[in-house]
Design a protein around this ligand. Structure first.
Ligand code: SAM
Length: 221
């Protein structure tokens, strides 16, 4: 039976492309994402990591309770340390801070060949510092393929899917702060994205008082 899933986690799962060879859930905690993905054939195999012992054990237990131990591996480790990436992998990082996600990606990129990286997809749902994450993606040559927004218990969450092209690119300040794909969706009239951007407008107006880059971004409209 499927575990009870939050709107946020289901929105993250919807970003996972079809035909993933493995779903790699970094920061797996309760293990629900991997359990759901395996039960619903999002991927034949899952690898889960968590930096803390208790969540790693929770993940292991959740997988065992659903008879999924043979289709999964669980490691107590920092990010992707000790996990070799393969072509066809989808790496999910949800509920982590943007800076943490950047550090995990940087470490993994140092250890992985370019031809493998070209065939790995990343699904990211950062709790904060999304603008820093977008800057990192652009400077590293990770193309943002899609971005989505959901509302879970009155809180907006944004998630994105990206893959490596190896060609760094530039995002405008507005794209960094509002999301290039989300801006396109707002222009197409997607109501949830428009509401999210209105919510960001209010936040950025306050943050602009102490942040020159945000002031500049707001003036560049
Ligand atoms: C807020 S929970 C999110 C759990 C789940 N991914 C979700 O979205 O519901 C964050 C989890 O990430 C783990 N974590 C934080 N930093 C990590 C790192 N560098 N490597 C692996 N796990 C990490 C924490 O121990 C915690 O279990």
């Amino acid at each position: 039976m499927n575990p009870e899933m939050s709107i946020r986690l289901m929105s993250v799962i919807e970003m996972i492309p079809p035909r993933a060879k493995r779903v790699i859930d970094v920061g797996s905690d309760h293990g629900k994402l991997a359990v759901w993905c395996l039960l619903n054939n999002k991927a034949p195999k899952a690898v889960c990591t968590d930096i803390h012992k208790d969540p790693a054990q929770r993940t292991k237990r959740a997988l065992a309770d659903h008879m999924l131990s043979e289709r999964s591996e669980v490691y107590c480790t920092d990010g992707l340390k000790g996990v070799e990436l393969h072509k066809g992998d989808v790496v999910v990082m949800a509920g982590l801070g943007g800076n943490n996600i950047i550090d995990i990606m940087k470490a993994a990129f140092e250890l992985t060949n370019d031809d493998v990286l070209h065939e790995v997809t990343f699904v990211l749902q950062a709790q904060k510092s999304i603008e820093r994450l977008r800057k990192y993606l652009a400077s590293t040559g990770l193309e943002i393929e899609d971005e989505e927004v959901c509302i879970d218990r009155d809180i907006f969450y944004q998630m994105l899917r990206c893959s490596y092209s190896g060609r760094p690119y530039t995002l405008s300040l507005r794209e960094i702060y509002y999301g290039p794909k989300l801006l396109a969706k707002a222009r197409q009239g997607e109501e949830i994205v428009k509401a999210f951007h209105k919510h960001l407008d209010d936040i950025y107006k306050i943050r602009a008082r102490g942040d020159q880059e945000i002031r500049q971004m707001l003036q560049s409209e």
